[in-house]
Design a binder for this molecule. Structure first.
Ligand code: FPP
Length: 239
């Protein structure tokens, strides 16, 4: 854990967030769901900046799941537009912010323009230290199936042997290879499910579920989640 810049409390190295409640936030205001996602994107900017100030090294956010394709065309294109706008802004401010961008998920289903922005953001930021992982067209089960397939392909090519497979080796086939597991996973909006998020990586994560909708989630809520994390007694299966 890294000491926080402001209050000297150790903060988790890696925080992951399920950005939930955008739709309900919009409905409560009589607005279209896309307005909720726009407010959610603002909330993400605020929290990503705050994480940087605190000294969090890795922030992983669930931006679009493999199941989110079931939503209306209008809602999907609204979310994709917001992501594109954010990535353009991130590319512009890259030298100032010094954030490394990484994407977990199968990007091939995204528009060629969005794929290009993702690839540019990832390759131009590879030398920076603080890392944001965007889970885009991501599903935890899908990630494990892909890892299993890649390993099987390497076995078929004669590059690996089945008996070589260990937890560590399997991890190297995941989108999150080289990223430490999140110590803390936050789900706002009152839902208490993992929804196919970081299934492998969350084996020992502390979950904090909060009754605030993502667009209303602010630095004080993150502080509260970190305080709750500190109250937990992490034993990793020991006594
Ligand atoms: C879940 O809330 C949220 C999503 C499926 C999309 C999240 C996307 C964003 C926050 C915008 C992405 C852009 C950036 C820059 C990060 P929900 O719609 O399921 O909410 P509900 O459960 O209240 O309906």
């Amino acid at each position: 854990m890294t000491p926080s810049a402001e209050n000297k409390l150790p903060v988790p190295r890696h925080i992951a967030i399920i950005m939930d409640g955008n739709g309900r936030w919009a409905k409560n205001r009589g607005l279209p769901r896309t307005a909720g996602h726009a407010a959610g994107a603002e909330s993400f900017r605020r929290i990503a900046n705050y994480c940087r100030t605190l000294g969090v090294e890795y922030l992983t956010v669930y931006a679009f799941s493999t199941e989110n394709w079931k939503r209306s065309e209008e809602e999907i294109s609204g979310i994709m537009r917001l992501l594109g706008a954010y990535l353009k802004e991130a590319l512009r401010d890259m030298e100032k912010n010094r954030v490394r961008f990484c994407f977990f998920g199968d990007l091939s289903r995204l528009s060629p323009q969005l794929q290009k922005l993702c690839n540019e953001a990832q390759s131009l930021s590879s030398e920076y230290d603080v890392q944001v992982n965007f889970c885009l067209n991501y599903g935890g089960r899908d990630e494990l199936v892909r890892a299993a397939k890649s390993f099987a392909e390497d076995v078929a090519k004669g590059e690996r042997k089945p008996e070589e497979l260990t937890e560590q080796l399997l991890e190297s086939y995941l989108y999150s290879a080289d990223v430490p597991d999140p110590e803390l996973i936050i789900r706002p909006s009152g839902e208490m499910r993992t929804s196919n998020f970081l299934l492998w990586q969350s084996a020992y994560s502390e979950y904090v579920f909060m009754n605030v909708l993502w667009p209303d989630f602010g630095p004080a809520d993150l502080d509260q989640a970190i305080e709750e994390y500190h109250r937990r007694n992490r034993r990793f299966g020991g006594v």
